[in-house]
Design a protein around this ligand. Structure first.
Ligand code: BES
Ligand code: MN
Ligand code: ZN
Length: 496
């Protein structure tokens, strides 16, 4: 969906959305339409009990004196403490409502409205961003649109005199492109998206100026990546490691590295998962999806920073050649791992992907993202990802980026105790630590592959990559979680 900006007259067809303050003065856009309708708008809002509370919406069809257009009101509260995220939610809420009405076009009438610290241009851009994000659909496998299914919107226009609105939207649009790419990757079924086809998707970022390197099994064998390769050895799909380099910063500056778990399907392997719900494991590449989408966003908006995104791509299958519980593998770092559960595979993939990243790039900082444990969902439900790091400064940066971007983050503990819990009787470590503190022991496993002095944080996004419920800015399904977080993290800490 391309959102366009217009300074011209309000369109006379389709639907009109306006932000509406609570209290007596409901803001200029409301007043303008109310006048045009001879007071019918205010009367209808009053009759419906709409008082402009933040997030409240009202659909008014066939307003008298108004050319039969439909007006959607979105409450903005008192408009004082109004954040960019509030504006995005307003834009998305209007789209969500209008989609159900089967209107073809939606125009936001914002006038020169300013709310909170948002200038008219920023408000318009954020509303457009939210609207755009809510328009996402994954319908490439539908051959027909049934009557009860909602058709997509054809047009969204943001009507505002603010001169800079389109400029303010330019970067946001690139971020939305990244979010939508991640949603696509996460939504694709595993017969379509497997390590090789995922790597191909990464290659498409070359058109944005990203340098892409793909390693196959032969190269990874030479490098000694026994940990990653062991996970994929039961699959007929070849495992891949992909590095995406965006060099928009100072020449020679060490990059920030993002590393993603890309298990394109996780059956559990020989430690097979139960059948019900196993289809969800098509999105066990959500970390890799977020890293890829973030690279697309950063390159798309030409971020002034050096960033590398690395994704470890494997399929975890049971098979005559699959790895067994009890097997011992040697990772690229030289450390050995006793595999006690083949379903704890994400950490095995990350172990080699992260080691390779450190050896290849000597990154300033490593942040890994993974749909790593069911335990993090028990802890944090679907509201936050779990943040694990022993670096307080890095934790503060990521928590702040979470607040600003809306991709929320909650810090979890990672201590020596957790490292002790994965000691093995026969190898350097084992790949599970039991049920207790399962997300923290998983993090400690990854921590064993971080070099001395290397700043590192791990984000367990198992509860965030997919949503069974829609939110104002995201339809149900793949959320694109992590793209905005990583983009914000780079913007505030590594640019300018
Ligand atoms: N991909 C799963 C984690 C997961 C579970 C993500 C549910 C999203 C929803 C991961 O590979 C896994 O299977 N983890 C096991 C680890 C256990 C065997 C130590 C888990 O969480 O049960
Ligand atoms: Mn698993
Ligand atoms: Zn997994």
């Amino acid at each position: 969906m391309k959102v366009t900006f217009s300074k011209g007259a309000l369109p006379t067809s389709g639907a009109l959305a306006i932000l509406c303050l609570s209290g007596r003065d409901r803001g200029a856009p409301f007043a303008e339409i109310d006048d045009a309708s001879g007071g019918a708008l205010a009367a209808a809002a009053k009759a419906a009990g709409f008082d402009g509370k933040k997030g409240q919406t009202l659909d008014l069809a066939g307003l008298s004196g108004f050319e039969g257009r439909r007006v959607v009101l979105v409450g903005a509260g008192k408009g004082e403490a109004y954040s960019p995220l509030d504006a995005e939610r307003a834009g998305g809420a209007a789209v969500a409502l209008i989609l159900k009405t089967r209107e073809k076009a939606l125009a936001f009438a914002l006038g020169g409205l300013e709310l909170g610290d948002l200038s008219a241009a920023d408000l318009a851009a954020r509303v457009a961003f939210g609207a755009r994000l809510r328009c996402y659909r994954f319908d490439r496998y539908r051959t027909t649109l049934e009557k009860d299914q909602i058709p997509p919107l054809a047009r969204i226009t943001v009507n505002t005199p603010a001169a800079r609105a389109r400029d303010a939207f330019a970067d946001l649009e690139k971020i939305a492109d990244g979010v939508d790419l991640t949603r696509d990757l996460v939504s694709e079924p595993a017969n379509i998206l497997y390590p090789e086809s995922f790597a191909q998707k990464c290659r498409e970022l070359e058109s944005l100026g990203v340098r892409v390197k793909v390693l196959g099994e032969k190269e990874m064998e030479k490098l000694g990546m026994g940990s990653l390769l062991g996970v994929g050895q039961g699959s007929v799909r070849e495992s891949k490691l992909v590095a995406m380099e965006w060099l928009g910063g100072k020449k020679g500056d060490k990059p920030v590295a993002f590393v993603g778990k890309g298990v394109t399907f996780d059956t559990g392997g020989i430690s097979l998962k139960p059948g019900p719900g196993m289809e969800d494991m098509k999105w066990d590449m959500g970390g890799a999806g977020a890293v890829t989408g973030a690279m697309a966003a950063l390159a798309g908006r030409k971020a002034k920073a050096n960033v590398v995104g690395v994704v470890g791509l494997v399929e975890n299958m049971p098979d005559g050649n699959a790895q067994r519980p009890g097997d011992v593998v040697t990772s690229m770092s030289g450390k050995t791992i006793e595999i006690l559960n083949t379903d704890a595979e994400g950490r095995l993939v990350l172990a080699d992907a992260i080691w390779w990243t450190q050896e290849t790039y000597q990154p300033k900082v490593v942040v890994d993202l993974a749909t790593l444990t069911g335990a993090i969902i028990i802890s944090l439900a679907h509201e936050f990802c779990g943040l694990f790091t022993q670096d307080d400064d890095l934790a503060a940066q990521l928590l702040e980026s979470g607040e600003a971007s809306g991709d929320k983050v909650w810090r979890m503990p990672l201590t020596k105790t957790h490292f002790d819990m994965i000691k093995s009787d026969i190898a350097d470590m084992k790949n599970i630590g039991g049920r207790d503190g399962g997300s923290s022991t998983a993090a400690s496993f990854i921590g064993n592959f971080i070099k001395e002095g290397q700043p590192w944080a791990h984000l367990d996004i198992a509860g965030m990559a997919w949503s069974k419920k829609a939110t104002p800015t995201c339809p149900k399904g793949g959320t694109g979680y992590g793209v905005r977080l990583l983009d914000e993290f780079i913007r505030t800490n590594y640019e300018g």
